[in-house]
Write a protein that binds this ligand. Structure first.
Ligand SMILES: C[S@@+](CC[C@H](N)C(=O)[O-])C[C@H]1O[C@@H](n2cnc3c(N)ncnc32)[C@H](O)[C@@H]1O
Length: 401
């Protein structure tokens, strides 16, 4: 069970205070700064991070709160306590393994964890929000032996998902619907129960607002808080707006992205690819600072997986062209690549400060959503629905009026 609302109100207020107080440390991205703005005020903190070995660094990335050397300077224990949330209770037997057919392994495990926590009430109409191919809708329908509707924007996903549902004889109806369009409101009534697994920023934001208006029950695992049309975060709840204003706490879209920047579940080859890309980007950063004679970060567009050039030199030539930079003929490519490697090791260590505030920020964002629904008369439980190893986006809001 979730804790009492008053406890969560304290949690929300205290998290606001801590996030606001420590903004100067968690906001700057070490990637962009050769000298971090806070390093002068906390030289020993920066030094102790730089001195970490690779294993210790990896351990702290995965679990920033345990035996954390930053505790000497930062409120590690209090942050750890504030992000501690109960696992929401599940009901019913395990789902049959054959239902996983056509669903990716990890996605299936998430669905397996989500469905028994849906607490479907008799007589309600069930709806999956941003359903993709409706894997969750299909599973819910089989599990409860009930009709489930699913809303999905992409026609091809609706088509394929509908075919899949029919082949498996499930009572699922996928409708092509842009959930941000005015017409989406008609799907929600006081008798609707909505399931949303990993609906991104504005998509779940819209669900929260419509549910608050209509009184629909919601089981939501939010995701990608930064996928939003607004450049700055506008708290959902009055309480969130007041706390943020009182503590001078405002969040840009970039700050929101920090809440989901975790790689714990990325496959090893993806992590290796990302690491090499970062080394090259940092190597190029050193080069561009020298070429421009300006000690300032220059953002370079990202490259889709598989589009990365084969060598550091090619990457730099590509990046220079994108930024309209003329490179000299005698660049010491090896030296700049090495500098990229050195910076990568340093950045990874300094990033541990941000790691420490990542989950607190995410919990703060979810508490804000919880407050919004509570203010609309909902009873809301907040907790986890699966282990973080399965998905770091493992928070769930279970709300009904
Ligand atoms: C992150 S996926 C989640 C899908 C599924 N719930 C899952 O967990 O695998 C988000 C889905 O939302 C859909 N989507 C994006 N924008 C949408 C919109 N405006 N209206 C409806 N669906 C949308 C995407 O096409 C995609 O299928």
């Amino acid at each position: 069970m979730s804790e009492s609302p008053s406890h969560d109100v304290d949690r929300f207020a205290r998290l606001t205070e801590l996030l606001a107080e420590w903004q100067p440390l968690w906001r700057p991205m070490p990637f962009q700064h050769r000298r971090l703005p806070w390093a002068q005020a906390y030289p020993e903190l920066a030094e102790s991070l730089r001195a970490l070995d690779d294993d210790e660094c990896l351990r702290l990335q995965a679990d920033p709160f345990t035996d954390c050397p930053l505790a000497e300077w930062l409120p590690v224990a209090e942050l750890a306590a504030l992000v501690e949330l109960p696992e929401l209770a599940a009901e019913g037997p395990d789902l049959p393994a054959q239902w996983a057919e056509q669903v990716g392994g990890r996605k299936w495990q998430q669905i397996e964890a989500f469905v028994p926590r849906m607490a479907a009430q008799p007589g309600t109409s069930l709806l999956e929000w941003c359903a993709g191919k409706g894997h969750l809708a299909r599973t819910l329908s089989r599990h409860l032996d009930r009709e489930v509707a699913g809303l999905e924007w992409q026609a091809a996903l609706c088509h394929d998902g509908q075919a899949l549902a029919e082949r498996q004889g499930t009572q699922v109806r996928l409708a092509q619907q842009d959930v941000l369009a005015p017409g989406a409101a008609r799907w929600l009534t006081a008798d609707t129960q909505v399931a949303a697994l990993h609906a991104c920023g504005d998509l779940h934001g819209r669900l929260i607002e419509l549910a608050a208006e209509q009184g629909s029950a919601v089981t939501l695992a939010p995701c990608c808080y930064h996928r939003t049309a607004r450049t700055h975060y506008h708290p959902f709840s009055q309480c969130g707006r007041e706390l943020a204003a009182a503590h001078g706490f405002s969040l840009s879209r970039e700050d929101l992205a920090m809440a989901v920047q975790e790689t714990v579940t990325a496959p090893r080859h993806v992590r290796r690819h990302r690491e090499r890309a970062n080394v090259w980007r940092l190597g190029f950063d050193a080069l561009q600072r020298q070429v421009r004679g300006l000690d300032a970060y220059l953002p370079v567009p990202s490259l889709a997986y598989g589009r990365m050039p084969d060598s550091f030199e090619e990457f730099c030539r590509w990046a220079a062209e994108r930024k309209g930079l003329v490179l000299p003929a005698d660049v010491d490519w090896h030296a700049f690549e090495q500098e990229g490697q050195r910076r990568q090791a340093e950045v990874t260590r300094l990033e541990l400060v941000r790691h420490l505030f990542r989950r607190p920020l995410e919990v703060w964002l979810v508490l804000d959503r919880q407050r919004r629904l509570e203010a609309a008369g909902f009873r809301v439980e907040l907790g986890t629905f699966c282990d973080r190893e399965l998905t770091p986006r493992n928070l769930m809001l279970r709300a009904s009026r």
